[in-house]
Design a protein around this ligand. Structure first.
Ligand code: KG4
Ligand code: ZN
Length: 349
C-alpha cells in the first residue's frame, strides 16, 4: 500500500539525531542533523543514556522541521523510514517509535531501515554519480563504530568480505588521539597534528598488510602508540614535535593498511563497478588520497559521497527506505529494533 509522495527518514542510532525528506525520485527536499558531540565530549565517548534522552528531546521536532522547510504537509507523505538497527538501543527505540507513530497515524507504509544498508546505498542517490552506481560495488565502511568491507550486490544483497577483529578504524583514531592529549572525537585533531610531523621518525606497525582477505585490526597499533607516547620527553618542544611525529606515523600506518585491505577486497570482487567509501574516517584527506590511488590501479572510480552524507545522516535512511518501498519491501509496525543486525540478515529484494 505504498503511496506516491515524499519519504521521511529518521536516524538516531548513535550520537546524531537526524531527519530528512526525499521526493519520490530521490531528490533531497530537506535535511537536518543535530550532533550530540558537545554533550558527550566531557565523557570522552558516547554515553548511551544521554544519547537516548537527547534523541527523544529532538527527533520529533526535527521531523516537523524538515516537513515545514520543504513545504510538505503530513497528508502528502508517501512513507516513513526509520533506522531500526544496528546501534544503541535507546536511540533505535526513539527513531523506530517516532517513525511507527507517524506511519500509524497517517496510515503510511513503514520501513525499518538497517543503518548499514543506509551507508551502503548512499552512493546510489540520484545526482551523486552521473548515471548512478551499478551493482555490484565494493563498500568500505570506516566509522567510529563500524569497520568493514562489503560487496553490495543488489538491494538487500550484501556479502561481508571482511571486518575488524578488534577496534573500528575511527575508534583507533579516537583512542590514539586521546593518548596524544587531543579532544574527543580525535580523528580530525589527529589528522591536523599529523600534518606537523614526520612519519618515518617513529616506527609503528602496519597491521594486517599482506594478509589474505580484507579483515582489519587496530588494537596493536593503538598499543604501539601508547608505548611511543610513554617514551616521549616529559615536556618541552621535543615532546610536542614527538607527538606530531607519532600522529604522522599513525596516519601513515592507517592509510597504508586501508589501502592494502581495499586492494585485497577489490581482488575479491572482480566485477566491482566502483569503490565506495563511507563513515566519518572518509573525511580524512590522507585516507581519501590513498583509496583514490588503489581504485585507479584497479581501474574503478572511488566514490566518496560529500562528508555530510558519509557521516551519520537521515538522507541515507530515507533513500534506503525509498529503494525498499519501490521494491515493495515494507515492515510491520511490530518490527522490533535490533541493536545487533548484520547486513547479511537483510531480506533479499
Ligand atoms: O560515521 P561517524 O560520524 O560516526 C560513527 O562512528 O558512526 O564517524 C565518526 C568517526 C570518529 O571516530 C571520528 O574521529 C572519525 O570518524 N573521523 C575522522 C576524521 N573525521 C572524523 N578520522 C580521521 N580523520 C578525520 N578527518
Ligand atoms: Zn554510521
Amino acid at each position: 500500500m505504498s503511496k506516491q509522495g515524499p519519504v521521511l527518514g529518521l536516524e538516531a542510532s548513535c550520537d546524531e539525531t537526524a531527519a530528512a525528506l526525499l521526493a519520490p525520485d530521490g531528490t533531497i527536499l530537506a535535511e537536518a542533523v543535530l550532533s550530540q558531540e558537545e554533550e558527550h565530549a566531557p565523557y570522552g565517548g558516547v554515553v548511551p543514556e544521554i544519547a537516548a534522552r537527547s534523541h527523544l528531546a529532538h527527533l520529533p521536532h526535527l521531523a516537523e522541521q524538515v516537513l515545514s522547510r520543504a513545504g510538505v504537509s503530513w497528508q502528502e507523505l508517501g512513507g516513513v523510514a526509520a533506522t531500526s538497527g544496528p546501534g544503541l538501543i535507546g536511540g533505535l527505540i526513539v527513531a523506530a517509535g517516532v517513525g511507527k507513530g507517524i506511519a500509524m497515524a497517517r496510515n503510511l507504509p513503514f520501513v525499518a531501515v538497517n543503518h548499514l544498508e543506509g551507508h551502503a546505498l548512499t552512493a546510489r542517490l540520484p545526482g551523486l554519480v552521473e548515471g548512478g552506481v551499478a551493482f555490484p560495488y565494493l563498500l568500505l565502511l570506516l566509522s567510529g563504530g563500524h569497520c568493514q568491507c562489503v560487496a553490495v550486490e543488489g538491494l538487500g544483497r550484501y556479502r561481508k568480505l571482511g571486518g575488524t577483529l578488534d577496534d573500528a578504524v575511527g575508534e583507533a583514531f579516537d583512542k590514539s588521539a586521546k593518548l596524544l592529549g587531543l579532544p574527543w572525537p580525535g580523528g580530525p585533531h589527529l589528522e591536523r597534528l599529523a600534518a606537523k610531523g614526520v612519519a618515518g621518525r617513529v616506527p609503528l606497525p602496519r597491521p594486517m598488510i599482506g594478509r589474505e582477505g580484507c579483515d582489519f585490526s587496530f588494537s596493536g597499533l593503538k598499543t604501539a602508540v601508547a608505548q611511543a607516547v610513554a617514551r616521549l620527553p616529559e615536556e618541552g618542544e621535543a615532546r610536542e614535535q614527538g607527538k606530531a611525529d607519532i600522529a604522522a606515523s599513525f596516519q601513515a600506518s592507517v592509510t597504508a593498511t586501508l589501502a592494502d585491505r581495499a586492494a585485497h577486497a577489490l581482488a575479491m570482487l572482480p566485477g566491482a563497478t566502483a569503490l565506495v567509501v563511507a563513515g566519518g574516517v572518509a573525511a580524512n584527506q590522507g585516507v581519501r588520497a590513498a583509496l583514490t590511488r588503489v581504485a585507479a590501479s584497479r581501474r574503478v572510480p572511488l566514490i566518496a559521497p560529500p562528508i555530510r552524507l558519509c557521516t551519520d545522516n537521515a538522507v541515507m535512511i530515507a533513500w534506503a527506505g525509498l529503494e525498499r518501498l519501490r521494491a515493495g519491501l515494507t515492515d510491520e509496525v511490530g518490527h522490533a529494533p535490533r541493536p545487533r543486525w548484520p547486513l547479511e540478515e537483510l531480506v533479499r529484494a
